[in-house]
Structures are given as C-alpha cells and as structure tokens.
Design a protein. Structure first.
Length: 649
C-alpha cells in the first residue's frame, strides 16, 4: 500500500464506544433491520426509501438501470426537487417552521421559514425565466453563505435549470473556466460577503471573470456587503429590484428523475477540474435518506447545523437538499469560526440550541489548538450528535470532539463520501454502530464497499484500495462533456467497479479506516486540490521553469501544499510572489505553504519527477532506495535544506 506511513500513524486504536441506552431508546434505528433489508435486495431497499421519503408526481417503472458505467435510477418517474424541499412542507401545514436561522458574521440575523423560502424561491424562479433561462440551461452561482444562495439553487431546480456553484474563495480565472466549461447563461452573485470582519469582494471578481466568457447574458447581484461595485447596463441587475417585480407564483414543473440537477466542479489528477453531474430522483432519495438516518433527524425538535459552505458538495447535500427535503430546521452561518472571538461556533450552538452538529476534522484540530476553555465558556448541553466529514479524523481529534464538544455523551458519525458519490456512503448509524475513534466503520445499508489490492483481488484484512461494487442512487452520472474521462477516471483501474481514489485499512473486526488519497489529489483542510493544477499555476509564472507539488502531512490542515520550483535563468526566487500568483490562478486555498527553490528536481532516469520522494523529504522521513534517481545529489541538498528550515505559514 502506498500509505504505509498513514497506517503507522493510526497506531492500533482499541477504544470502542457503544451507543448509549439513552440515545438508542429515542433513535430512529436501533437494530440491524435496515442492513438486513438492504442486503436482501438493495434495489428494492432504495425503491422503498424513494417511496417513503420523496413525493413523486409520476411513479417510476424501473427502479434502477445499469449499463456500466452509466446508471439511471427511478426510470420513468417524475418529481420536482424544489417541491420536495419546500411546497410539500408548507402544504402539510408546516409553513411557519423555521428552515434557516441565518447568522451573519457581523452578528445580524434572519429567520427564514419554509413559507418564506417557498415564496422567495417561486419569485426567483420567475426572475430566472424572465432572463430567458429554460429547462436544461446552466446557471452559475458565486455567493457568500447567505439564504439567497439556497434560494438560487432551489429556483434553478424548480424550473429544471442546472446550477453550477463555484466556491466564493475561488479566483476570477477559476470562475471563468467553470463558466466556460458549463456554458452557463446567467451568473448569480453578491456585491460581497463578510469574512474575518471584512468584506470580501465577489462582484468585482465576477466582473474580471466575465471578461473571459461569452455565454453569460445576465448577472443578478444580491446586496450583502454594501461595498462599492460597478453595475454594467443591460447585463447586471440587482436581486432586490427584480424580486420586487417578480410574479409570486411559479408552479413546480414535474421533471424527469434523471433531469440534470447540478454540476459541481472538483479537482482530479489532471489540471482541468471536472464538472461532476448529479441528477434529481436518485440524488434526492439518498440525500434525504442519509440525512435522516445518519444524523438521526427528529425534524420536529432538532436544530441541525452543518458548517460547510454551499460551494462544496457537503453544502449541496447537507445544507440544501437533504435537510430541506426532510423539513429540518437549521443554522446557516456566514463567516469564519474566530470572529469576533475563538468561541463563535460555541456561542452559536448555545444561542440556537443546536442539537446536531456536522463539521470537518481540520476545524476540530483548529478548535483543539485554540484550547478547551473556548467551548467551556458555553452551555453545549443541547448537542446530542456530532458528525465529521472531509478527511480522515485522527483518534486524538475524535476524542477531543467527543469530550469537549459532545460532553462525552454524543455519538460521533464519521462520514466518508465524495463529490462524486453525492451523499454519505460509509458511516456509523448512531443508534446501532459501536464506534472506534478514527474509523468511519462500515458501508451504509444499500452501499457495496470492498477493499482490493493492486491486482483487484479482495482484501479481507489490512490495507487496500477502496472500491464501490454496485451503483447507488446519488452516484455521479458522468463528467460534463467528457464521458471518456468519466469511464477512464473511475471505472478503468478496477474493471467493473468504481475506484474512489482512497486507500483504506480493514482491522480485525472488519472496521474500515480511511487513509486518504492514493492519487495526485491533495486534501487540504478537507478541500480537494490536484498537484497538477498547482504545478500548472506555478509554471505559468514567468520566473518558473519547472515545478513539483506534493501534499505533506500537516497537524492542522491534514495535508499542506509544498512546492519545489526550478527557476528560469536570470530570475530570483520570490516565494511571496509565487504564492500570490497561485492565489490569482486558482484561489487562496491553493497557495503553497512553503516553496523550495532548487536547481533541479529529482527525476528518474526516464525523466519522471519523483513526487513520492519529495513527499518523504517534505515530511522529514528518511529516504529509502534512491538508486533509480538520475542525480541523487539533488535530493541530498533538498533534504539538508528541509531540515534547516521547517515549512512555516
Ligand atoms: C476525503 C467531501 C476520510 C476522501 C464530502 C475523499 C474522507 C475526499 C472522509 C472527497 C472521511 C471525505 N474520512 N476521508 N470521513 N470524507 N474524505 O469530493 O479522500 O470534497 O475521496 O467530498 O475527501 O472530497 P470531496
């Protein structure tokens, strides 16, 4: 296995946590019935969930169709996703129920009920229609974390346009690329949003991005930051002005179960981000199912808070579609966790009486760093379940989360999934599964997982590659505009099955321990960034001749981006300038933590850059066999310098 080091670092975690009687007695599931049912016939199992959790305007005739690698779910069925997330709750008399407790970073608040969310969504759907958006079009969304982001997504769903949300931290160039790939017609953005006490400009960046696009006809701008912006006549419109004139009624049009719901771009092993395609019926079924059962949602009493941004898949599935389909009440927070103080999250938990809390290991490790006294300032006794997502959670962070946030009583669900899987795949069920700190435990009911070795042979115990053996309702339907890349990326490494790109280990009790990516994708603070993408950004700078990028283990962010750069003749190495250049090319999330300048990169005799070796250097490990190197002195020099100057922020 490639990640022997990660296996070592796990140690042999022996602690176990059995669901408490108190939790089990109230849990939606406290026995193995769902697993048993799904193992009998997983298609029938999902069909039952689709019937129970989703409202269809037309029954499907075939639950699942599988022409490897292309799947369809609930074929022939029709539904409207926004109807499922909004109308049906209002029609059932729950219009006054709070959908979002919105908390702005400066401390402003808004309470949005299901009736209000439905009203705004209908109006905005009419706004989009008025701008000429029709079923099948793509709409780009580049927004801060405000309710209008969810409204924009739901309005697209209502009229059958696919949204493509781009995280607000991405640069103008990244936005340009994504708009062009999707050939989007309309862009929805805001003047700016709040972050760490300041406004970060979105409209300004969007204007820059639009210089490189030709498909966008109209831009809708939400006023949030109040910052100065330029409105382009004929192209740009204020959200509040269009909404004031919009017809309040837009009936939910029935859509085919396989209607494209959204595209979400994610990093792969090559430089070009891929537009992951998700459709309607299957996606919504698994989103609702997992949100209900993994978080043990009691929609009438729970207050749920997922700290992700809508720009990532976690925000799509576990802020917008899953929770709203289930009629949940949730908290939406705009800003950073340390404004104005390091206890902002815990203050919010106390203020709204949050019961279910879902965040990422990188955040948990940051909270650990800030100290036990921060959560101790607040009454967190409303919490009854905690979740983790985005990267492997190390046992120390798990234990800290358990003790200092969960008061040693909340079950923790460590949920493994991907942009491509659409919804949670591997996780405990909190009333059923005995957990071990750091293990995501088992595949959910209806999900087939298997570890295999290099040659695709079944692995019973120990390390291997994580594969998924059967189609699942929320699975990606492809890569936008590139079916060959879809087949090649996910279905060719191990024929007949989906290769997740992750390594994992099975312990003696059959528990799964995720070990991180085995390909050239880094995971920095739970965000996927490809090494090639950062390398291309670096090489596009005039001073750079060649670059190699690796993800090195980092105590807080999981991995940190370390770059090795050789310069063109006559140029001086300017680390800050290169870091800023990467921020412009991709976004500040992709800035290398450290850049080492070197006259040469370590290469095999056939000229391949030895990234594995550079990772060893970056992580301070002793190098094994370097005999395949063309010039071993290159590495000795890098190693000497890495030892002298540990990577700093
Ligand atoms: C990693 C985020 C270990 C994994 C939902 C995966 C995890 C990638 C976990 C997908 C977890 C996500 N334990 N690793 N609980 N959850 N990952 O597409 O490497 O942003 O392949 O989706 O994150 O990242 P993505």
């Amino acid at each position: 296995m490639t990640d022997a080091h990660a296996i070592d670092s796990l140690g042999w975690e022996r602690r176990t946590f059995v669901p408490s009687d108190a939790f089990r007695s109230n849990a939606l599931v406290s026995d193995h019935s769902l697993y048993d049912e799904a193992s009998q016939d997983s298609t029938a199992f999902w069909a039952k969930q689709a019937r129970e959790l989703i409202s269809w305007s037309k029954e499907w005739h075939t639950a699942s169709e599988w022409n490897l690698p292309f799947a369809k779910w609930f074929v022939g069925g029709e539904l409207n996703v926004s109807y499922n997330c909004l109308d049906r709750h209002v029609l059932a008399g729950r219009g006054d129920k709070v959908a979002f407790h919105f908390e702005g970073e400066p401390g402003d608040t808004r309470t949005v009920t299901y009736a209000q969310l439905l009203d705004e969504t209908q109006r905005f759907a009419n706004v989009l229609k008025g701008l000429g958006v029709v079923k099948g079009d793509r709409v780009n969304i580049y927004m801060p974390m405000i309710p209008e982001a969810a409204i924009a997504m739901l309005a697209c769903a209502r009229i059958g346009a696919a949204h493509s949300v781009v995280f607000g931290g991405f640069s103008a160039i990244s936005l340009t690329d994504r708009i062009n790939d999707a050939e989007a017609k309309v862009l929805i953005t805001a003047d700016g949003g709040w972050r760490r006490g300041e406004i970060f400009p979105l409209k300004h960046t969007a204007d820059e991005a639009l210089l490189g696009t030709s498909t966008i006809t109209d831009v809708v701008v939400v006023r949030r930051g109040g910052n100065e912006i330029t409105m382009h006549d004929g192209r740009d419109h204020w959200y509040h002005e269009l909404m004031a004139q919009a017809d309040p009624v837009c009936p939910p049009e029935p859509m085919d179960s396989e209607q494209l719901l959204f595209l979400l771009y994610t990093s792969g092993t090559t430089g070009k981000p891929k537009g992951i395609m998700h459709t309607s019926g299957g996606y919504l079924t698994q989103a609702a199912f997992t949100h209900k059962y993994v978080f043990d949602l009691h929609a009438d009493t729970d207050v749920y808070w997922c700290t992700a941004d809508v720009g990532w898949i976690t925000g799509h599935t576990y802020i917008v579609y899953g929770p709203l389909a289930n009629g949940a009440t949730q908290v939406m927070y705009e800003g950073v966790p340390n404004f104005p103080g390091n206890d902002r999250m815990w203050q919010i938990v106390e203020k709204y009486g949050v019961t279910l809390f879902y965040t990422a290991p990188t955040a948990i490790r940051t909270f650990m760093k800030w100290g036990d006294h921060e959560p101790a300032k607040h009454d967190l006794s409303s919490l009854r379940l905690l979740g983790s997502v985005g990267e492997p959670i190390n046992p120390e962070a798990w234990m800290w989360y358990h003790e200092h946030i969960g008061g040693s009583t909340c079950p923790i669900v460590d949920t493994w999934w991907q942009t491509e899987t659409g919804a949670i795949m591997i996780s405990p069920l909190p009333g059923v599964t005995t957990t071990k700190p750091g293990s995501a435990t088992f595949g959910l009911p209806g999900i087939g997982t298997e570890l295999v070795d290099e040659s695709g042979e079944h692995v019973e115990r120990g390390g291997g590659y994580l594969t998924l053996t059967q189609p699942w309702p929320a699975m990606l339907r492809g890569i936008w505009g590139d079916p060959d890349r879809y087949r090649e990326t996910y279905w060719s490494r191990f024929p007949g099955r989906y290769f997740a790109g992750d390594g994992a280990k099975l312990d003696d009790d059959g528990y799964l321990w995720l070990l991180g990516r085995v390909d050239d994708v880094m995971n920095v603070s739970g965000h996927r960034i490809s090494t090639t993408e950062v390398e291309s950004a670096l090489v596009s700078h005039p001073s750079v001749c060649e670059a190699a990028v690796v993800g090195a283990l980092d105590a807080t962010t999981g991995q940190a981006i370390i770059a090795y750069v050789t310069l063109r003749g006559g140029f001086e190495g300017d680390e800050q300038a290169l870091r800023n250049h990467v921020a412009v090319e991709i976004g500040s999330i992709a800035k290398p933590k450290a850049i080492y300048f070197t006259p040469d990169l370590p290469k095999t005799r056939s000229g391949k850059i030895m990234r594995r070796l550079l990772r060893d250097v970056a992580e301070g490990r002793n190098l094994g066999d370097t005999s395949t190197l063309a010039d071993a002195s290159v590495v000795n020099e890098l190693q000497r310098r890495a030892a002298e100057a540990p990577a700093e922020d």
